[in-house]
Design a protein around this ligand. Structure first.
Ligand code: UD1
Ligand code: CA
Length: 444
């Protein structure tokens, strides 16, 4: 059996946040869920494996699990990573053959790398330990791995306990470790908190193993998958790497990004083929985009589904619950929320559409507003197929505009308009002849 332990009970003080560190999102998904999802992917190829997340009393089990099939174990006091592993091992029903240890604050982990690490571990004679090392450009406060040329580790030293020479070592501890279960179970009991932090360091198991003549091996992986998030600065770096990955993936799948670095995705963004995305576009959670869509500059889109051949922007805001049929056109300074729009309908300028059901081939004139909120409740607007809404109209919901009906520009519509009718709701115009000439003469 392979057991995967994910340590997530630390305090995360360096984030300076009321939100526990591991719940801070990267690409719209809490860090811990990135790690759990990678673990669950590893599980699919390791028969009878299980994952345990070690959490603190401040964390709700349900929040951490987020509906995922993992166990949890409670670490009441954050006594250190060594203590957390001991607690995790204790909740397992049997001593696992192999244990994979992950940290909940490393959201960039990828399952294929983790599988490779397990394979690498199995290559060395058991019992042994395998530690994933990396060489970050700025090694900062990572633990340093003291190893020989052959990759055998002597010990891991935490930055705060390291000598000046040890701090010069470029090989850093990523936190990922693979160990034989029985060995690890024995070693964690021997860890003592005699260090600068007064914590039970998991990393001490390497030196403890060596005392018993047992080898630990380092396997080096690219730092892009291993970054540990301790501060908001690390969080931004992790977000940057994640976005970079997704930009590449979408471009490989046939999406044109005019300026990849100013295009931001969420973990669940789905985009079709031959879509072009202009600069400064952000996709929040829950966006699905069909083929041949064009997103023009400066748009924010979330919880929305766009059909084929849709155009959005520049500077449009699709907020939530938006469904756009094929070839819909949403233009500049248009905000849409909780609204379904049929195919070929256009709302090209300066409009708010909220809580509306809009048919096909509708033309929404510039400055149209659905007045959907009376200060207490939201009401619905229905605009049927082929209707034409003149510019600067207010549609006071609940209200319905019939099939093919026309709303005269500047109307405040608070009564349903029948099919094919003209709804006009404004003062009749009066022209005062020669008034302008006389007015000017008076002031000359
Ligand atoms: C740890 C490693 C360090 C490594 C770095 C990689 C140790 C002693 N140090 O340092 O060598 O370079 O990660 O990112 O392991 N946690 C618990 N219970 C605790 C303490 C921590 O569950 O009592 C969890 C945290 O929630 C976190 C993870 O363990 O997810 C790592 O803890 P953290 O305090 O961030 O360790 P680092 O100082 O980053
Ligand atoms: Ca960390």
């Amino acid at each position: 059996m392979v057991a995967i332990l994910i340590l997530a009970a630390g305090q995360g003080k360096r984030m300076v946040s009321d939100l526990p560190k591991i719940l801070h999102p990267v690409g719209g998904k809490p860090m811990i869920h990135h790690v759990i999802d990678a673990a669950l992917e590893v599980q699919t190829i390791e028969p009878s494996s299980q994952t345990v997340v070690i959490i603190s009393p401040e964390l709700k089990k349900e929040t951490v699990q987020g509906g995922r099939a993992v166990h949890s174990a409670l670490q009441t006091n954050p006594l250190g990573t060594g203590d957390a592993v001991k607690i995790g091992l204790n909740v397992l029903s049997e001593v696992p053959q192999t244990v994979l240890i992950l940290y909940g604050d490393t959201p960039l982990l990828e399952a294929n790398f983790l599988r490779a690490v397990i394979e690498h571990h199995k290559m060395h004679p058991a019992p042994c330990l395998t530690v994933v090392g990396m060489r970050p450009e700025i090694p900062g406060a990572y633990g340093r791995i003291v190893a020989n040329e052959a990759g055998q580790i002597n010990r891991i030293v935490e930055y705060r306990d390291a000598s000046k020479e040890e701090r010069e070592i470029s090989l850093c501890n990523s936190g990922i470790m693979v160990a034989d279960g029985a060995l690890l179970k024995k070693l964690v009991l021997q860890i003592s908190p005699q260090n600068e932090a007064g914590e039970y360091y998991l990393t001490d198991v390497v030196a403890l193993a060596r005392k018993e003549g047992i080898d630990s091996w380092v396997v080096e992986l690219p730092v892009e998958g291993l970054l540990g998030v301790n501060t908001r600065i690390d969080l931004a770096a992790a977000e940057g790497i994640m976005q970079h990955r997704w930009r590449r993936r979408f471009m490989e799948q046939g999406v044109t990004l005019i300026d990849p670095k100013s295009t931001f995705f969420s973990y669940d963004t789905i985009i079709g083929k031959d879509v072009t995305i202009s600069p400064n576009v952000t996709f929040g959670l829950g966006v699905t985009i069909g083929d041949n869509v064009r997103i023009l500059p400066g748009c924010h889109i979330e919880k929305s589904t766009l059909g084929q051949g849709v155009t959005v922007g520049p500077f449009a805001h699709l907020r939530e619950g938006v469904v756009l049929g094929d070839h819909v056109c949403i233009g500049n300074f248009v905000e849409v929320k909780s609204t379904t729009i049929g195919s070929y309908t256009k709302a090209k300028h300066l409009t708010y559409l909220g809580n509306a059901t809009i048919g096909e081939n509708v033309n929404i004139g510039a400055g149209t507003i659905t007045c959907n909120h009376n200060g207490f409740v939201k009401s619905q607007t229905w605009i049927k197929d082929g209707a034409y809404i003149g510019s600067n109209s207010c549609l006071v919901a609940p209200v319905s505009i019939g099939l093919g009906a026309i709303v005269a520009a500047g109307s405040v519509v608070n009564t349903d308009i029948p099919d094919e009718a003209l709804g006009i709701a404004r003062q009749r115009q009066e022209n005062k002849l020669k008034w302008a000439t006389q007015f000017r003469a008076r002031y000359k």
